[in-house]
Design a protein around this ligand. Structure first.
Ligand code: DSN
Length: 424
């Protein structure tokens, strides 16, 4: 995609946009929540729908001229229903957090009780963190992963629910590398007559492809973001049973949002169409195989993984034993210098600050989109190990940067102008 028109009127913005395109092409995107959408999704997101106000829902808008907005939103809804098997899907939330907000506003009163996973154990800000509106509006108690195994402690969660008596239990996580047994969390919610919100933001694509168990039909509400493993236009979705439709839809609009971002809804529709193709299952499987290969190789290099491995698209590395003098922030910076872009992350039992925590989180959705296989992921693990072992060594950094450059050349993101997103 060229930025010639932008350049004509705004060279500074064109420089930034082209710079970002080059950055994505010439570095390895390993932030577990990121991906590369296809040219088709990009086209849809930059469409003229960005100009259109369409408050309301298909067939019931507050403005005229919404016939094509209706078509796009209906396509997105229908495809989402097919992908996840949901009764009802609201495709308007601007983000995963807005989707969660839609559920909380629909079902909770201020002061009601949320039971959710602690942020440093893999949870999310919008699940009740004190710095987020959820922590400020609701009474929040948090559960933790088992400190020995790094796995969710379902029995402990059930006991905690019985003691706390929450109105809603939140499952679904941002830095949890293991398969989530949504049915066991539902059992804990049933035991205390609480709602269950499963936030599958990270694993929407894995669930849609059937390579991770689905909470749809189990939990009362399922929320997600649409640009992570599912690789569609940027934003969020809410899925729920028919009985909650009116409350959920009203809480998204007019409760939490005004006009939907219809160009993003178009990106969702197109990305969902791609995910309905049979190749998407192969992509999702490869995301997991690649994360497993990455994690196994890191362990061979002496790194410690929270829970000892992964079942999904990410690994969470606890650097405290293997690299006691290298906090996550130092590792993140050294890796970014050589072209590997991942994020520092807290780990269960964190002993440092969230600004320079003890871990790093690495994901394979974006690498897999550009064609990486398990061997390529092992090459990446080798580079990560060399750099994190010696974060201040310029010679190692030069060699690592050359290896990243070679990997980017072996697995190009663009063929001419078009993003490559095929998995054979
Ligand atoms: N920022 C996302 C992540 O990286 O997990 C979650 O919203």
């Amino acid at each position: 995609m060229s930025y010639d028109s932008v350049r004509e009127i705004d060279p500074a913005a064109a420089d930034a946009l082209e710079g970002e395109r080059d950055r994505q092409e010439n570095t390895l995107a390993m932030i577990a929540s990121e991906n590369h959408v296809s040219e088709a999704v990009l086209e849809a997101q930059r469409s003229e729908l960005t100009n259109k106000y369409a408050e309301g829902y298909p067939g019931e808008r507050y403005y005229a001229g919404c016939e094509h907005a209706d078509e796009i939103e209906e396509l997105a809804i229908e495809r989402a229903r097919q992908l996840w098997g949901a009764d009802h899907v609201n495709v308007q939330p601007h983000s995963g957090t807005q989707a969660n907000m839609g559920v909380y506003l629909a079902m909770l009163e201020p002061g009601d009780r949320i039971l959710s996973l602690e942020l440093e154990h893999g949870g999310h800000l919008s699940h009740g963190h004190p710095a987020n509106f959820t922590g400020q509006t609701y009474e929040v108690e948090q559960y933790e992963v088992d400190p020995e195994t790094g796995y969710l402690d379902y029995e402990g969660l059930r006991e905690q629910a019985e003691a706390f008596d929450p109105d809603i239990i939140v499952s679904g996580y941002s830095a949890y590398p293991r398969e989530v047994e949504f049915d066991r969390i539902q059992a804990a919610a049933d035991a205390v007559d609480a709602y269950h919100l499963a936030d599958i933001a990270h694993i929407t694509g894995l669930v849609a492809a059937g390579v991770h168990q689905s909470p749809v039909g189990v939990a009362d509400f399922v929320t997600g973001s649409t640009h992570k493993t599912i690789r569609a236009g940027r934003g969020g979705i809410i899925m729920c049973d028919e009985e909650y439709v009116d409350d959920v839809d009203a809480s998204v609009f007019p409760g939490a949002q005004g006009g939907p971002l219809m160009h993003n809804v178009a990106g969702k529709a197109v990305g969902f169409a791609e995910a309905l193709e049979p190749e998407f299952e192969a992509y999702a499987r490869r995301v997991i195989d690649n994360a497993t290969a990455l994690g196994d190789r890191l362990q061979e290099h002496g790194f410690s993984l929270v829970s000892g491995g992964t079942d999904n698209h990410l690994v969470l590395v606890d650097l405290r034993e293997s690299h006691p003098d290298t906090p996550g922030g130092v590792a993140e910076e050294a890796l970014e210098e050589v072209g590997i872009v991942l994020n520092k992350n807290t780990v269960p039992g964190e002993t440092r600050s969230p600004f320079n925590p003890s871990g790093i989180r690495a994901g394979t959705p974006a690498l897999t989109t550009r064609g990486f296989d398990e061997d390529a992921c092992r090459r990446v693990a080798d580079v990560i190990a060399r750099v994190v072992d010696s974060p201040d060594d310029d010679e190692i950094a030069r060699e690592a940067a050359a290896e990243v450059e070679a990997l980017c050349a072996d697995y190009p993101l663009y063929d001419g102008d078009a993003a490559i997103t095929d998995v054979e």
